[in-house]
Design a protein around this ligand. Structure first.
Ligand SMILES: [Zn+2]
Length: 258
């Protein structure tokens, strides 16, 4: 039985009117739990959109503090947030946007505390990677695969960005099919290589949209289809990923006795 309050009906009325979401999709969003890893240029907007859409539980994971050089793209933060932990500042912002959902600020770097990471992935229906780190993505790939959870990877640098959703069962390609090792990362990160704010915003918006479509069960999910946005040409390309025959995660080397 669908249970939704009058306040929720009013708050979400304009997205409930979207026929592919409808009331059933809205209830699915409110019953969903997501962990967002990284509260930078991508994580800021992804968190705000998911909070606004009414995702019931959102954990924000980041060990960084807000710096002046972040503000051109991390527009959830204000000048008064400088020096404050990003997870805390973003959580405050999300709570002000929507005080009817649960927002958890986790001030830690994902990939360091195995027990905490395991608990975060276990508690989530889906993980969103906004970390800008191939090393972190390796941990996300391993944990989500072992716990049977889907995840959405997003990245942006310079004038380009990409996102892709990996399915829970890894029936298709996984992250390590395209990046076998951290030093094979195809794109740089914003801190080292720079990025325009709206480019990060575009990738964040699309990643949030993908996440809402998955959690709301709005339509068949394009698992394993990499979307690449080039801001110079304004072109958006779709690249279906194939399982790599030499992927160390999909085809682990055994000792010969298995
Ligand atoms: Zn693989």
């Amino acid at each position: 039985m669908v249970v939704i309050t009058d306040g929720e009906l009013d708050r979400y009325s304009r997205q409930i009117l979207v026929s592919k979401l409808d009331l059933e999709g809205q209830v699915r969003l409110s019953q969903s739990s997501v962990s967002i890893i990284g509260c930078g240029g991508l994580g800021c907007l992804i968190a705000l959109y998911l909070a606004g859409a009414g995702v019931g539980r959102i954990e924000l994971i980041d060990d960084d503090t807000v710096e002046l050089s972040n503000l051109h793209r991390q527009i959830a933060f204000k000048g008064t947030d400088l020096g404050i932990p990003k997870a805390e500042a973003l959580a405050t912002n999300c709570r002000q946007l929507n005080d009817t959902i649960e927002i958890i600020a986790s001030e830690r770097r994902f990939g360091i505390d195995g027990v905490a990471d395991h608990a975060s992935v276990t508690a989530s229906d889906l993980i969103v990677d906004a970390s800008d780190s191939a090393v972190t993505r390796m941990v996300i790939e391993r944990l989500t695969r072992s716990l049977g959870k889907p995840w959405v990877m997003a990245s942006a640098a310079q004038l380009a960005g990409q996102w892709v959703a990996f399915d829970a069962d890894r029936a298709g390609a996984c992250y390590r099919c395209i990046v076998p090792a951290p030093d094979a990362e195809p794109m740089g990160d914003c801190e080292r290589h720079g990025v325009l704010g709206p480019v990060a915003g575009m990738i964040a918006s699309m990643s949030a949209l993908q996440t809402i479509e998955i959690l709301g069960q709005m339509q068949p999910v394009p698992w394993g289809v990499l979307r690449y946005f080039d801001a110079e040409s304004m072109d958006l390309r779709s690249m279906p990923l194939a399982r790599a025959p030499n992927c160390p995660a999909c085809h682990p080397v055994t000792d010969g006795y298995a």
